[in-house]
Design a protein around this ligand. Structure first.
Ligand SMILES: Cc1cc2nc3c(=O)[nH]c(=O)nc-3n(C[C@H](O)[C@H](O)[C@H](O)COP(=O)(O)OP(=O)(O)OC[C@H]3O[C@@H](n4cnc5c(N)ncnc54)[C@H](O)[C@@H]3O)c2cc1C
Length: 395
């Protein structure tokens, strides 16, 4: 009996993704890292095998296979290439605004193009002066007749320059703090929209991370997602569902590094026997595998909760725990994998040094792991207060 909660259909898709990852993506991973070029050939591979359809419902041309399936696919791809795993995760991240808050007309206009992979999306929240404290953003949007006019900039935006659709957050009422933020769909050819510098970085090098600018950028008023003032709540609801995608990327890295370290430890000899037979190495491998399995339990639970329609504070807490745990495991386990390989682990000839560099970002983006801890503690306190009140009411 399989020990995972996947259906036969989900297992079949996982096996297809696993095969594609091993045969088509793994051989490209080192080159993508070296060249730091966005892997359009793998975007074509995703299109060909309809992998971009995984985050979407059937009515929009997707597979309708649910959130857990997306996480499993991101994990499988990230085992061999975290840059490529991120492409699928961001297909979801950049589309979630439309899925959660889009009107029927907006969904019909955009989701089929995202489900086929004809268009890539991006999620634009962070600015030069506001990351963790995203409500301190300065980008503004003013209504003028049938349009909104956006001014400002965003920074560190994944898929900058390769996306055709940006989910953008801007202040429509700067005096009102969180309640003054609204969400928009901005197409890449909108007048006044411009992509700036693409940043060179430590890991996930094939993924573009860049600045975008809005200079009197005009978008149709119809491109407002939800109502004015709902943007911050939309941004947070998106993150509740996208943070598990980063967790899946982290777990993929951790499992990929563990698998590689195990194979290496079976054949590398020291003091007359395979290093896997030395207890301190065996102990590291055992801990790496155990952390991966524990992380997977949390990840799958989170995916199932989303598929069961769980929303609100319950999802916020589990999603933050999943992101925190899986990505801390990613950093610990990839670092240990380098250690298991010794000097070879530090060399670019072996994939574990790339995995360790790639793992670091998972602790930072979509809310740093410090912020995840704050979110989890806030939810714990809220639950404790609620149960205290419920107890008092029943006395
Ligand atoms: C490669 C990459 C891709 C990215 N992709 C996107 C994207 O697609 N879309 C997007 O909108 N953003 C994206 N980001 C931005 C990312 O989400 C932010 O960098 C992240 O949220 C942290 O914000 P910051 O960099 O401004 O750090 P800061 O907010 O300045 O934080 C700096 C340090 O202070 C800590 N800190 C801050 N506040 C607190 C607090 N209250 N308590 C404890 N510690 C605190 C942080 O944890 C961190 O360690 C990306 C970033 C990178 C590097």
């Amino acid at each position: 009996m399989p020990s995972d909660p996947l259906t036969d259909e989900q297992r079949e898709i996982r096996d297809l993704v696993r095969t594609l990852a091993r045969e088509r993506i793994a051989p490209r991973a080192a080159e993508i890292d070296k060249s730091a070029e966005f892997p359009w050939d793998l975007v074509d591979l995703f299109r060909e095998h309809e992998l971009f359809g995984l985050p979407f419902d059937e009515e929009y041309g997707g597979t309708g296979t649910g959130a857990l399936m997306v996480l499993v696919a991101v994990e499988e791809i990230s085992k061999v290439c975290a840059t490529t795993g991120l492409i699928l995760a961001v297909q979801e991240l950049g589309s979630l605004g439309l899925k959660l808050a889009g009107s029927d007309e907006q969904r019909e206009r955009y989701l089929p193009r995202l489900a086929s992979g004809e268009w890539l999306p991006a999620y634009a929240l962070t600015e030069p002066g506001s990351g963790s404290d995203s409500a301190a953003m300065r980008t503004v949007a003013r209504r003028k007749g049938g349009e909104y006019v956006l001014n400002g900039s965003k920074r560190f935006i994944t898929n900058a320059g390769v996306a055709q659709l940006y989910t953008v957050f801007a202040k429509t009422d700067p005096e009102r703090g969180h309640a003054g933020i609204s969400a928009f769909v901005v197409e890449a050819d909108a007048p006044g929209f411009e992509v700036g510098r693409i940043e060179p970085k430590m890991g996930i090098k094939g993924s573009t991370t860049g600045e975008i600018f809005f200079t009197d950028c005009r978008v149709p008023a119809d491109n407002l997602l939800g109502l004015e003032g709902e943007g911050f709540a939309i941004a947070m609801r998106i993150l509740d569902r996208s943070r598990p995608g980063v967790a899946a990327q982290g777990l993929g890295l951790a499992q990929g590094a563990t698998d590689y370290a195990l194979e290496y430890a079976k054949t590398r000899e020291a003091f007359g026997r395979p290093i896997a037979d030395h207890q301190l190495v065996a102990g590291m491998l055992a801990e790496m595998e155990t952390k991966c399995e524990a992380a997977r339990g949390l990840l799958y639970k989170c995916g199932q909760l989303i598929d069961d329609g769980v929303d609100g504070p319950e999802l916020t807490k589990v999603s933050a725990m999943t992101k925190l745990y899986c990505t801390d495991v990613a950093m610990e386990v990839t670092t240990d994998a380098v250690q298991v390989l010794g000097g070879y682990g530090y060399m670019q000839e072996y994939p574990v040094e790339r995995m360790m560099r790639d793992a670091k970002i998972t602790q930072i983006y979509e809310g740093t792991n410090q912020i995840q801890r704050l979110v989890i503690a806030r939810e714990m306190l809220r639950e404790a207060r609620a149960s205290l009140l419920a107890g008092a009411a029943s006395v």
